[in-house]
Design a protein around this ligand. Structure first.
Ligand code: TRP
Ligand code: SF4
Length: 438
């Protein structure tokens, strides 16, 4: 199986995807002891991750870390797009440095928009909404791919270590794909990794919160980051921790530096074998790999390397459209747009597909199915902060006390409040955009 990031499929069987692609499960231990919790994290909407642990560590130890995400500006922003920014705003509140790429090159290459059109979408629709939703200008940088020379340079340079077979295996390209499209995953890798350049604050853990459709790009970026490292820190076959120099220049110097660094981290039982380009650390364990790797990475720029840490990622489920299919801008009745009037959104909610039974009577008897109800999803993803209240809706639906008509009305009311509040905030947000642009 392949994941195609440009298709319009929604991937539903999240457990299978997780297993098939080696994504790890995102569980309570990942969010529980962070400074604050976020509903999308604690309610299982974020269901998987890669290397979240190093982000968790950075938060706990108050070390610098970054969020990088990207938006494909195509038309109007709906609740599905809001979700990512809700996550970003949460991470900003617990200390992340924020970077947001406006994926104008990708939109040009894969969706046929001109750069001018995407610029308009970004400046008039997406960014004003981000501001209205609560993204703060401090430690926040929004940039256009097409205007960021560092991103474009990295895309080209990093491409040196990716061959065509890997691109084929990852994306299933064929002879009819144009070169701009084929190149766009490298641009996205440039997005993800450039935040670790000196100019943007240097090497640091970076989290990319995305939908699972973006996992091919995450894997590519992680591979590329790793293949450009000068050091490799791993558990060897005989269960020792080894530091290996991967390049053929400066081997002695790199080993000297590594030895010193390891000593400074209080590892003293080192066995250096220069001809293997290796140092074995007898007093280290597997759990030490991360700190060793992170510390060694910082040496690499002095030797002409990048030292990029592999980016971490979280994966979220997608909210279902109101009609029961995908929420999509191309089907307005499936989506609630952030610029919908309360009247429009109410109408969509009243027509939404619920998990209600065939008749009132049947529903009283058998109960409803909140797990199959898009109105319930609205509560869960967007409308209700309080877990007890959400739980109360869930159980009273299940045991037949709650009827869909009332329930929809309540959802419509909450949505109306949300939309009016956003509308008011948007009135003043356009004048603030400059503070965010890189
Ligand atoms: N490809 C993403 C999308 O289709 C947009 C994107 C561009 C992105 N650069 C990124 C996402 C970097 C995450 C990280 O929506
Ligand atoms: Fe959905 Fe509410 Fe109906 Fe239950 S009562 S199925 S949650 S709309």
């Amino acid at each position: 199986m392949k994941i195609d990031p440009w298709s319009s499929t929604t991937y539903q069987d999240y457990t299978r995807l997780r297993d098939e692609f080696g994504i790890e499960e995102f569980t309570e231990k990942h969010w529980k002891d962070l400074l604050k919790h976020h509903k999308l994290l604690r309610r299982g909407v974020v269901f998987g991750h890669r290397d979240f642990q190093i982000i968790h560590d950075a938060v706990k130890k108050k070390k610098p870390w970054a969020i990088l995400t990207g938006l494909m500006p195509s038309g109007k922003m709906h609740l599905g797009h809001k979700m990512v920014i809700d996550e970003v705003i949460y991470y900003q509140s617990i200390g992340a440095d924020i970077f947001v790429a406006v994926a104008d090159i990708e939109a040009f290459a894969t969706r046929g928009y001109s750069l001018k059109e995407t610029e308009e979408f970004a400046l008039n629709e997406y960014i004003p909404n981000y501001v209205a939703l609560g993204l703060k200008p401090e430690k926040c940088h929004i940039y256009f791919q097409s205007k960021n020379q560092d991103v474009k340079d990295l895309a080209y340079i990093l491409g040196k270590k990716v061959n065509w077979s890997q691109m084929l295996a990852t994306y299933g390209f064929n002879g009819s794909n144009n070169m701009a499209h084929i190149f766009s995953p490298l641009i996205q890798t440039g997005d993800i990794l450039h935040v670790q350049l000196e100019k943007y604050g240097g090497i640091k853990p970076t989290l990319v919160p995305v939908g699972v459709d973006q996992d091919p790009h995450i894997r590519l970026s992680r591979d590329i980051a790793q293949s450009h490292r000068l050091y490799n820190v791993t558990l060897t076959k005989d269960n020792k921790i080894g530091v290996f120099v991967k390049v053929d220049e400066n081997i002695e110097k790199l080993l000297d530096k590594a030895e010193k660094t390891l000593n400074s981290l209080n590892f003293t039982k080192l066995k250096r074998i220069t001809k293997y380009k290796a140092i074995y650390i007898k007093d280290a364990e597997e759990k030490d790999i991360q700190i060793i790797n992170n510390t060694l990475s910082k040496i690499e720029p002095k030797f002409g390397g990048y030292g990029f840490l592999q980016p971490s990622a979280t994966f979220h489920r997608f909210i279902t459209g109101l009609t029961g299919e995908k929420m999509s801008s191309s089907k307005p009745e499936s989506a609630i747009f952030l610029t919908d009037s309360p009247k429009q959104s109410t109408k969509k909610i009243m027509n939404a597909k619920t998990g209600g039974a065939v008749s009132l009577e049947a529903q009283k008897k058998e109960g409803g199915k909140p797990d199959e109800c898009v109105v319930y999803e609205l509560f869960l993803y967007h409308l209700i902060e309080n877990d007890n209240e959400l739980h109360e809706i869930y159980t009273s639906c299940k045991n037949g006390e709650k009827m869909c008509g009332h329930c929809k009305k309540y959802a419509a009311q909450l949505m109306e409040k949300l939309l009016i509040d956003l509308q008011e905030k948007r009135n003043t947000s356009k004048s603030k955009i400059k503070q965010y642009l890189l």
